[in-house]
Design a protein around this ligand. Structure first.
Ligand code: T4K
Length: 406
C-alpha cells in the first residue's frame, strides 16, 4: 500500500503491479468448449467461406439482437465499409469525431467525406442540434456512434434523417447487449455494425457484423463481403473479402455462452470503481443509464483538472508508471488525426465539446482478467494522487524542468 507521493513509481517507488494491467484484456469463455469446436472444425476441413459455425454465430447474434439479418464479418471496420457501400452513401456523411478512427476511415477509404459533428456533453454521442447545422446538399447519411455502449439520441436523429431524406446508420462497435428505450441496440436505422474484436467484452478473436432488418441492404452486404459473387461464376457488385472464419465464429459462439457472466463481472467492476472512487474530488465515473441494459465494458473516468490541480494526462502518467495501462479513448478526436487534420485544420472550432471531453476521459482496466483487489489498488493510487495533488504537481514540474535542461 502506498501512502506518500514518494511511494509512487513515477517518483522512484516500486510499481504497484508487476505485470501490466491492460484495458482491453480479452474475456475467455469455456476453453474446453472452444477446443472441442476447433477440433471439429479441423476434422471437417471447413475453415472459412460460410461454414456451419459462422451460420450458427449469425443466427445466435440475430436472435439476441432481435433482427432479421446478421452478416458476420472479419472485423467491424470492413463491416462499416460494406454497410456504407451497400447503403449507397456518397458525398458527405455526418459522424462524431469522438470515436475510434475506424468510423471515419471507413468513409474516407471509399472517398466519402466524414463531416465531424460535435457531441452532446451528457451522452457524449452526436448532438442532434448540431447535426442539423452540418447538413449540406452533398450529405447522404448520418452515422451515429453509441460511444462506450451509451446509446445515441436515436429518436431525435431518426426525425432529422427522415426530414432530410438521409440514411441513418450506427457504429455499434461498443454496444452489443445494450438497449435504447428497452430495445436492443442493433435494431435501429438502416443498419448497425457490431465489433467482436479481442478487446470487446464479447470477442471472436477478430470479428464484426452488420445487423439489420433491411432485406435489400442485407442481401447486398452479403454479396459484397464475398467479392460480389451471386453465384459460382457470376459477380454482380464490386466486392471485397469480408468473411469471418470458422475459428472466429467458434470463439464467438463460445463467448456468447458466457455473455451473462461477462456482463455481470463488468457490472461488479463498475460498481466497485464507483465505490472506491467515491468522495475523490474531481474524479467521477461516466454514468450509464440504469434504466437500460448495458454491457459496462468501458469504465471511463472523467477527470476535472480545475478541481484537482492535476490533468487527466498527469493521472494517466502516474498510473502508467504503476503498470496500469489506462487508455485515453478517444483522444485527440479523429479531426486531429491524418488525413482529417490536414483536410480540415480548423475543425476543432466546430467541436468544442469533443475537444473538452477528449481531454478529460480515461478508460480503466476491467473485464474478467481484472480482480477486485486490482481495482482497489488502482483507485487507492488515484486517491493518493488527488490527496497530494499540489506536491505531485510540483514534483511533475521538477521532472519536466529537468528533462528540458538535459
Ligand atoms: N468503431 C468503434 C467505435 C471502435 O471502437 C472500433 C474498434 C471499431 C469501430 C473497429 O472495430 P474492429 O475493426 O477493430 O472490429 C483497440 C481495438 O483494436 C479496436 O477494436 C477498438 N475499437 C479500440 C477501441 O481499441 P487499440 O489500437 O487501442 O488496440 P491495442 O492493440 O492498443 O490494444 C488495446 C489494449 O488491449 C492494450 O492495452 C493491449 C490490450 N490487448 C489487446 C489485444 C488485441 C490485450 O490485452 N490482448 C489482446 O489480445 O484498438
Amino acid at each position: 500500500m502506498k501512502h506518500y507521493p514518494s511511494d509512487l513509481a513515477k517518483f522512484g517507488g516500486e510499481p504497484q503491479f508487476r505485470e501490466p494491467l491492460h484495458v482491453g484484456r480479452p474475456n475467455i469463455g469455456d476453453r474446453a468448449a472452444l477446443m472441442e469446436r476447433i477440433e471439429d472444425i479441423l476434422d471437417r476441413r471447413w475453415l472459412t467461406n460460410h461454414g456451419p459455425y459462422v451460420e450458427e454465430f449469425e443466427r445466435r447474434i440475430a436472435d439476441y439482437v432481435g433482427v432479421k439479418h446478421c452478416i458476420a464479418m472479419c472485423n467491424a471496420t470492413i463491416a462499416l465499409e460494406i454497410m456504407i457501400r451497400a447503403a449507397g452513401l456518397k458525398g458527405e456523411v455526418i459522424v462524431p469525431s469522438m470515436t475510434f478512427v475506424a468510423t471515419a476511415h471507413a468513409l474516407q477509404w471509399q472517398e466519402i467525406t466524414p463531416v465531424f459533428c460535435d457531441i452532446d456533453p451528457v451522452t457524449c454521442t452526436l448532438d442532434p442540434k448540431r447535426v442539423e447545422s452540418m447538413i449540406t446538399p452533398r450529405t447522404t447519411g448520418i452515422i451515429g456512434v453509441h460511444l462506450w455502449g451509451r446509446a445515441c439520441q436515436i429518436d431525435e436523429l431518426t426525425e432529422i434523417a427522415e426530414r432530410h431524406h438521409l440514411k441513418l446508420m450506427f457504429d455499434a462497435a461498443h454496444s452489443f447487449g445494450c438497449t435504447y428505450k428497452g430495445q436492443m441496440i442493433g435494431r435501429f436505422g438502416e443498419a448497425e455494425v457490431l465489433s467482436f474484436h479481442a478487446t470487446k467484452f464479447l470477442n471472436s478473436l477478430e470479428g464484426g457484423a452488420i445487423v439489420t432488418n433491411n432485406d435489400e441492404l442485407a442481401g447486398k452486404a452479403r454479396l459484397m463481403q464475398n467479392f460480389g459473387f451471386e453465384d459460382t461464376d457470376s459477380v454482380i457488385y464490386v466486392g471485397t473479402n469480408g468473411k469471418m472464419n470458422e475459428i472466429s465464429a467458434a470463439m464467438g459462439i463460445t463467448s456468447l455462452e458466457s455473455i451473462d457472466e461477462f456482463i455481470n463481472k463488468n457490472h461488479e467492476n463498475y460498481n466497485l470503481y464507483q465505490q472506491e472512487l467515491a468522495g475523490i474530488k474531481g474524479v467521477r465515473l461516466m454514468p450509464y443509464d440504469e434504466r437500460e441494459k448495458t454491457n459496462y465494458q468501458y469504465v471511463v473516468l472523467d477527470i476535472d483538472e480545475a478541481a484537482i490541480g492535476l490533468s487527466r494526462d498527469d493521472i494517466k502518467d502516474i498510473l502508467h508508471a504503476e503498470n496500469v495501462l489506462t487508455r485515453r479513448y478517444f483522444y485527440p478526436g479523429c479531426h486531429r488525426m491524418e488525413p482529417y487534420r490536414s483536410h480540415f485544420p480548423h475543425a476543432g472550432l466546430l467541436l468544442p465539446v469533443t475537444e473538452h471531453i477528449s481531454q478529460r476521459v480515461l478508460s480503466m482496466p476491467t473485464g474478467t482478467a481484472v480482480s477486485a483487489d486490482d481495482i482497489r489498488e488502482v483507485c487507492a493510487i488515484i486517491r493518493l494522487a488527488v490527496d497530494h495533488a499540489a506536491e505531485i504537481a510540483d514534483r511533475l514540474k521538477q521532472q519536466t524542468d529537468a528533462l528540458v535542461l538535459q
